[in-house]
Structures are given as C-alpha cells and as structure tokens.
Design a protein around this ligand. Sequence first.
Ligand code: CAA
Ligand code: NAI
Length: 705
Amino acid sequence: MNELVKLMRSEDVAVITIDNPPVNALSPGVPEGLLAAIQSAAADAAVKSVVVIGAGSTFIAGADIREFGKMVSGERPRISLLPLLLAIEDSPKPVVMAIHGQALGGGLEVAMAGHYRVIAPRAQVGQPEVKLGIIPGAGGTQRLPRLAGVAKAVEMCAFGEPISAPEALALGIADRIIEADLLGGAVAFAREVANRPASKTRERQEKLAGFDPSVFAAARDTAQKTRRGQKAPLAAIDAVEASPKLSFEEGCRVEARLFNECLYSNQSRALIHAFFGERTVNKIPDIPKNTPLREIRRAAVVGAGTMGGGIAMNYANAGIPVIVKEVSQEALDRGLSTIRKNYANSVAKGRFSQAVMDERMALITPQLTYDGFEEADIIVEAVFEGMGLKKQVFREIDLVAKPSCILASNTSSLDIDEIASATRRPESVIGHHFFSPANVMRLLEVVRGKATAREAIATSMALAKRLKKVAVLAGNCRGFIGNRMLGPYFREAQFLIEEGATVEAVNQTLYDFGWAMGPLAVSDLAGLDVGWRIRKEFKHLEKPGVRVPLVADRLCELGRFGQKTGRGFSLYDENRRPLADPETAALIEQVARQAGIERRAVQAEEIVDRCLFALVNEGARLLGEGIALRAVDIDIVYLNGYGFPAWRGGPMFYADTVGLEKVLGRVREFEARHGSDLWSPAPLLEQLASDGNTFAGYDKQMAVD
Ligand code: CAA
Ligand code: NAI
C-alpha cells in the first residue's frame, strides 16, 4: 500500500502489516496506508477476512507523539483517526487485530475498531494519553467502555496504566490469547470467524449499563489526589462519563472537544517535553551509542544506612546479587531490618508476593568484611558524607576490587575528582547520586569526574535502565545539578520569611504551584541539622557582607531539627501534620529585627518568582558551565528527584513558558533589590533572552542524534 503498510494474502485471509519502526507509531502515511489496505482487501473477492499485525517488536505504540507539536504550531493540520476507524469497523469482512508488544493510545483505538482481537501472552494494552496531558482522541473513551465496561474504561483512560494480555482477555478487550506464532494463530482465527456476523464495537451496548454510578466521583477524587493540578485525567473521566449517556457519535464529539482543550494546553506541551526528555538524557555528545559496556553481574554496597539499604534493594529488584558491608553488626542488622520492612510493606500492599520478597532478600548478602568484593562488577559507596571517610573507603575498595570494577560514590555534594584521587584508577570512579528513598525515587544523577572513562559512563547509563531509574549525566561541582540549584531556591524561601511572609504562606504557595511539598516543609522533613552541619563546615566559604539565611541555624541551636524533633519551621503533631508555630514566628521576627531586615507584606507572586527564578538562574549558570548538558536534563532531574510538578515540564521549561525576557527582567529587579552576589543574571540567561531564544531553542543547538 505504501512502504509503511504492506498487504499480502494468505489464501483467503488478507494480512496487513504495519511497518514503521521503532514502535509502529501512527505517523503520516500509516493511517492512509491502513485505509487503502482495508479498502483493497474489501474489494478483493478472494479475501474472506483480514488480519492486521505490527512488524518488529510491537503492534502500535499510538499516535506519533512528535506530530502533536506540529499540529499545535499549525505546521501540520490536525488529522483525526476517527474516519479510518469507522472504515475498519464498517469493513464487510471481519478484521482481526493481532496484538504483540504494545497496543497503546491510538494503537488500542485502532485495535478496538477491529471486529476481533487476538493477543500474545506478554502483550500490553492501554490508553496512556493522560501521561502526555491529553486524552484518547479517536473514540477510545467511547469504544473502551463498550468492550471493557465503564468502570475499567474510566480507570484506564484517567490513569493511563496499561493492562496485561490475560486481563485484556478477562475484560473482553481481547478474544483469544495466542501462545506462539501470533500471525499463524491470527490467520487461523480469521478463518474461523470469516463467515460469522461480526459485531461493531461502537454498536455494542451491553456493557454500558449496570455499572456503579459512583465510579466517576471516585475517579475524580483519586485524580485530584494523585494527579494534583492535571487537567487531562479529569477530561478523560468526563469523556468516558459521556459514553453511557450519549450516542457513540455524540460521545465522540464530547471526546474531540476535550481532546482539543487538552492538546492546546501548556500541560500537554510540558508532559510531551518530559516524555522526550527522558529519552534525550541518554544521548551524550561524546559517548556514541556503540561505546563498549562493562558487564554488571554482581554488585556490592558499602554502608547499609538510609541510602545504602535502598541502593541494595535496587540491585536485588533487578535480580543482581549484592553484598552489603557495614562497620558494626548493629548497623548491619538495622539496615537489613529496614530492607525487610520495606519489602514486607510491598507484600502487604499486594505489589508482589512473599516468594518474590524471599528471592530478593536472598540476593542480598550482609557482612562486615570486604570478602567477595573482588567479584563485584560495581561497588557503590554510601557511607557518611565526609571527604576523609570517603577517601579512606575508596582506598580500601581500590585494593580489593578487580580491574574492570566500577567504583561509584553516592555522595550528594562532594568532589568526585578528590574521591577518585584516593584510588589508582580514577577512570573507573564515578558518582551515582541516588535520591531518598533510593528504592522509590526514579532519579539517578551520574556524575562524571575529569578522569571518568566513557565506558564507565555508558555502563552507568545502561545500568540505570536495568535498575528502572532515569539517569541524568552531571558534571562534577558542589551539589551537581539538583542540589546545587536547590541552594538558591531554599535560600530565597528563608529570605522571604525573614522579610515578612509566613512559613505557611511560603509552603502553601509553592505547593499550590504544584510542588509535592513546600521548601520549608522539605527542610523539616530532611532534617535542619543536615544543612546546619554542612554550613558550619563551609562557613569559611561565606563572603563577608553577603546575606545568608539566619532562621534555620537559630532553630537548630534550639534543638529544633524538623520533623524528627517534632519542631522545625513548623510544629508537628503525632501524625506529622504541620501546624503554625507561634514561637517560630516570634523567633523569625526577632532574627529579622536584629539583622535590620525590614518586614513587609509579601505577595504570592513574589514567593513564586523569587523561589522559581532563583532555581532557573542557577540552572542557566550550570548550563553555561557545561555541568548540565541540556536544559531538558535539568528538567528531568527536577521532575524525577525533587517533586517538581510534571505538568509544568520542569524549571527550565517553566521559564520558557513565562518567557525568558520576563524571567530576566525579574532577576534584574531582584538583583537591584538584593545585590549582585545573590542575583546577578546567569550569562546564558542574558544571552538567550536578548536573542529572543528559549531554553528549548538552546537544546536544539545541542541536539545529539
Ligand atoms: N511516537 C513517536 N515516537 C515514539 C513513540 C510515539 N508514540 N513511542 C516511542 N517513540 C520513540 C521514542 O521516543 C524512542 O525514540 P529514540 O530512540 O529516538 O529516543 C523510540 O521510539 C523507542 O522508544 P522507547 O525508548 O520508549 O522504547 P521502549 O521499548 O522502552 O518503550 C513504548 C516502548 C512502551 C512503546 C514506549 O515508547 C511508550 O510508552 N511510548 C509512548 C506510548 C504512548 O504514550 N502512546 C500514546 C500516544 S498518544 C495517542 O496515541 C493519542 C491519539 O491517538 C489521539
Ligand atoms: P546514614 O547515616 O543513614 O548511613 C551511613 C552508613 O554508613 C551508616 O550505617 C554507617 O554505619 C555506615 N558506614 C560508615 N562508615 C563505613 C565504612 N567504613 N564501611 C561500611 N559502612 C560504613 O547516611 P545516608 O543518609 O545513607 O547517607 C550516605 C551517603 O549518601 C552520604 O554520602 C549522603 O550524602 C548521601 N546521600 C544521602 C541522601 C539522603 O537523603 N539521606 C540522598 C542522597 C545521597
């Protein structure tokens, strides 16, 4: 039909193959080819039934996501799949969809327009559009309830999680699982049904009745809690809700209106940016795809504290045996008991079985010596944060590790080059900065030292995928990407309370912006003493005359370390709920008075701009220094490690949506008010703003194929 869709005949069965690598997305040419093939099969008297199948590893992964941006910008007209799907459904000869890999989004919509679906046992189907800030746009919200029932359709369309082949079969989305030879099985099935009257999904009514009418309210409630701020899940629920009330055609019109509202929103742009961003971060300019990788079969972790335990779990979860080494039996027992508790929690919640937990526990070997470290392909150090100790540990592991072993440090801020200098193989030393809780958070900052070998970097990036992490490469500087940017963000949050904003206003305003938690609440959770200790260590680096936040240190002097002591910026009740603390408010006023800071009313807009633009300005500085490769790398760090709202696309994307000229204007205002030491604009921000450019434009110049 064209080079993307091929039509062949297996005696009386027409076989249409979609061949658009890598994932058979419905790019321009595919719908046209499919329509032509269906029409041609219909016109061929020798054909009794039709099979549609995907070439390669998947059926159809959905619309071509790259096209959405072009539609929004007007570069390409918006083409609806609806007419094609009606043509498939109206085919006089039964159409059997043969699904392997994934049938997602538009892929499932195509599949549902067929008269039957057969499926490979490991295939998945789903409507994941909400993850891109949109909803199904080709009748998915109307056909899915007719096949799977209204309640399941609400869940699948609103939350986007795919389901397995057995579940699809049980729900009625699939008609048969084909264990081996999908094509052969599909052709045989097509012959079986060739002379049966085929029903059209859109005409089916039986599953549109009898559902619990509270499903919509319950789903909205869940969406508001788990997808706070996002419009698409609510739109998806509205669209599915139309299915039992309206005719198919009217329901599709409701869906089309909601789809358009979502598509032409910053939220979908942001989430699509994040989708491609997660894939872009793997592309590193001087590390070609064919860089040799070191094989990782066995791992070892030094330290079984908060981070070491979580890191060990990641390896065990990926089926990689891991030794965990501690200094005392007590610390080892504590670490292992936390791991066991975490796994038992997952079993209790039904995430996996006791047998899986037992398998994972069996992969973890706790011990007090370096025995067996010589067999490890990677050793991850996760001991206390302190250069002396880190260097001592690296000297020790350098002595026991085999030559090909990667030596990784989980330091959150220390100099990787100095750590590497304690070994005879700085080329094998690298930062693996996990985020707490390490068994949950998706982000891994991979930190490149000046001597780190390309192979060690490429291996780390590939390993991250096995550990189900999103890895972002960072250059070596204090705090790397994420924590370095956090410095100015936290600084401004504290300055704002000294100037007159309440703790509650700062936390609430940034929570309302979409962050998972306000910055002062995060500090209370992490423990104010952590920063206090670091500040004391680096006191000598403070510049005389440059303002520093004062309140956190005063709270620590009073023994108020945050949640762990029941008091920090806020007061915590027994359920760890924060309450306004009048004593802290009085302390803040007193500190401000003593420092001669003028107190005034602070508006929400200022809270957002001061905190966010401090973050963005530091991000631009990092980019200019080459610590982050692209602006999107920074966004991916913030979306996956710091609770930045996904639907705002990350701090740099957010800055683009505000407009860099405006961002720069505000930065200059703050510079005039608070001084150049704190607020001098990053040179890259100045340059991009004066060129009328964006961070996205900057990334385009840095693109790697
Ligand atoms: N459109 C365009 N490109 C796509 C794509 C899509 N739907 N799905 C994947 N790709 C690209 C990726 O960007 C990647 O490209 P690069 O190699 O250049 O980075 C390549 O295909 C391979 O993708 P992955 O690295 O993600 O491969 P994987 O094997 O890990 O995962 C997948 C495969 C599960 C299909 C995953 O890619 C995925 O979830 N894709 C998105 C699915 C989706 O959201 N579909 C709905 C689209 S919206 C829609 O369909 C609405 C509508 O019709 C109206
Ligand atoms: P922690 O205090 O919970 O655990 C450190 C563990 O290391 C302790 O159990 C200690 O007994 C053990 N240890 C000390 N010396 C050892 C040695 N020579 N051999 C074996 N074990 C030894 O500390 P945490 O929070 O796990 O931090 C570890 C590292 O991870 C630090 O570098 C920290 O900066 C970094 N990090 C911490 C994060 C966090 O949120 N806690 C986040 C990201 C990184």
